[in-house]
Design a protein around this ligand. Structure first.
Ligand code: URA
Length: 245
């Protein structure tokens, strides 16, 4: 099947390179090259082949990832998963041009400002819904640091699937817990209620001091991805999200 063809100026405008007029000017100035040849007519239609970013350059830089982008970000503490709240936002950790992409990148769910770890972002609404859909059973694992020692009954209480959070009328689905030392554990959830981990431990009479997500589905936060940095997922990375957990 041949790749969909699109007008180059429209593609580049949607990737945040400027207005169509600005992109036409880039073409006339010889800044756009396809397979090493200047492409002066930015109104030309080009096939949206997956390898286009390695073949098309703008000002001698490879083209940004095409629409259908999914990336993992190592969210640092203190940044908010929002497009418009005050203070540092996760979108500020991405290349400036990516903030002008259309369709825009959105976070797949959210992490609290004071939670760190694996955060997915995508511009693919279908993928986003497939990941967050309860039917997909994409589990999320959190490493938890607690203020007070665990009593020993928490694992059974979380596994029972009967825990009610304050202000809610539906019990939580069972949560798997792995014990660490007396104030550390990991919990794996298949739903994502508001501040769920913090509220679960509050309901158990404890208090979460630090929270870090290290796995979504079968995708682990790589040990060599520092806080504040991101990596674009290839098809294998996206498939890992849906692979077991
Ligand atoms: N549970 C929380 O309490 N906070 C998060 O950021 C994620 C899960």
């Amino acid at each position: 099947m041949s790749a969909k063809a699109v007008r180059l100026d429209k593609l580049l405008a949607n990737l945040g390179y400027g207005s169509r007029r600005e992109i036409q000017a880039l073409g006339r100035a010889g800044a756009i090259r396809l397979d090493g040849e200047e492409l002066t007519d930015a109104g030309a239609r080009i096939a949206l082949d997956p390898d286009l970013p390695s073949r098309l350059s703008i000002d001698e830089e490879p083209l940004d990832p095409l629409p259908g982008l999914c990336l993992m970000l190592h969210k640092p503490l203190g940044v908010t998963c929002s497009h418009k709240e005050a203070g540092p936002l996760i979108y500020g950790l991405l290349p400036e041009r990516w903030r002008r992409r259309e369709p825009p990148l959105s976070t797949v769910g959210r992490l609290d400002k004071e939670t760190s770890g694996l955060l997915l972002l995508t511009d693919d609404g279908g993928l986003l819904h497939r990941i967050i859909s309860p039917k997909a059973h994409v589990a999320k694992r959190y490493q938890v640091t607690l203020a007070r020692p665990l009593r020993g009954d928490e694992e059974a209480a979380l596994a029972a699937g009967t825990m009610m959070l304050e202000g809610e009328d539906r019990p939580l689905l069972p949560v798997a817990m792995e014990m660490g030392d007396s104030t550390h554990c990991a919990v794996t959830l298949t739903e994502g209620r508001y501040h769920q981990v913090r509220r679960m431990f509050a309901a158990l009479g404890n208090h979460v001091e630090a929270l870090h997500r290290d796995r979504v589905g079968g995708l682990d936060l790589p040990a060599d991805l520092p806080a504040g940095e991101f990596r674009v997922l290839d098809a294998g990375g996206v498939a890992a999200i849906f692979a077991g957990g």
